[in-house]
Write a protein that binds this ligand. Structure first.
Ligand SMILES: Nc1ncnc2c1ncn2[C@@H]1O[C@H](COP(=O)(O)OP(=O)(O)OP(=O)(O)O)[C@@H](O)[C@H]1O
Ligand SMILES: [Mg+2]
Length: 247
């Protein structure tokens, strides 16, 4: 099907009309902390009494529910002229895992496009201050769809580590976003004890939202919200959220 004529493309902007800021958390490389960051930014926003949503667009490996410590298959979303996202820990939440559980979802090409259009066309977010979106690594179909279908709505947040193997690739991602005139929320440096990427943020005139050290206990806290909330990692997330709100 020619997606340009897909009626869902007309519905999606309406579904997102009440969302003030749509913040896809993106990275040029995998495993840099997008899932942890997007989920905890949503949680910190909810704790601050902001109206927040969290959308998991990593269709192959949805994992935000693991951070939230919930079984997505146990959620029964309410269907009423679309789907009303369940509220989990104060967050309006949507993930393909609600429908697929822990079954593998090896989607490709048009199936990814279809899942993208469907999840955005059915979900009724209502009024939100922030909708954080977890994305797969790099510039694969879900991110390219966001860039293509919602160019003036999205405000990407870029996460990177200071590895020499990552620096050129984060520059490439920033170039794509800048050349496309996207409003960039900022850059977060993860698993870093200094601010090596500050130079990159300055070079591209992007807000440097801060760096998060490597905490070797973090994996043991995943799924345990109280432990996460009292972690140093969460302190950094709150700092980053303040920077996002001020932007
Ligand atoms: N600051 C940190 N300190 C220690 N471990 C971290 C930190 N940030 C993330 N991690 C760990 O790194 C791993 C990857 O994190 P996460 O899954 O959030 O990355 P991702 O960018 O979403 O990965 P993918 O690209 O595969 O989706 C996880 O085990 C996570 O707990
Ligand atoms: Mg991830």
């Amino acid at each position: 099907m020619n997606t340009q004529s897909d009626p869902r493309l007309l519905v999606i902007p309406q579904r997102l009309a009440g969302v003030k800021h749509i913040v896809p958390v993106m990275s040029s490389k995998g495993g840099v902390g997008k899932t942890l960051l997007s989920t905890l930014l949503a949680l910190a926003g909810a704790d601050k009494k902001l109206k927040v949503g969290l959308l998991d667009l990593d269709f192959t490996n949805p994992s935000t529910h693991i951070v939230l410590g919930i079984d997505p298959a146990s959620i029964q979303p309410v269907e009423e002229k679309g789907v009303i996202p369940p509220i989990i820990h104060g967050i309006k939440y949507m993930t393909l895992a609600i429908y697929t559980g822990e079954n593998p979802t090896p989607l490709r090409g048009s199936a990814i496009n279809d899942a993208f259009l469907e999840i955005l066309a059915i979900t009724r977010w209502g009024e939100l201050d922030y909708l954080f979106i977890d994305t797969p690594p790099g510039l694969s179909d879900p991110q390219l769809n966001l860039l293509t279908y919602l160019p003036s709505r999205i405000e990407p947040l870029v996460v990177a580590t200071p590895s020499p193997l990552a620096i050129r690739s984060v520059e490439k991602l920033l170039k794509v976003l800048i050349e496309g005139n996207y409003k960039i929320t900022g850059l977060v440096e993860n698993m870093s004890n200094n601010s090596k990427l500050l130079k990159i943020a300055e070079k591209y005139n992007v807000k440097y939202l801060g760096s998060i050290p490597y905490y070797n206990n973090i994996d043991g806290l995943i799924g345990n919200l109280e432990a996460l909330r009292s972690s140093q990692f969460y302190g950094k997330i709150i700092h980053i959220l303040k920077g996002i709100i001020r932007a």
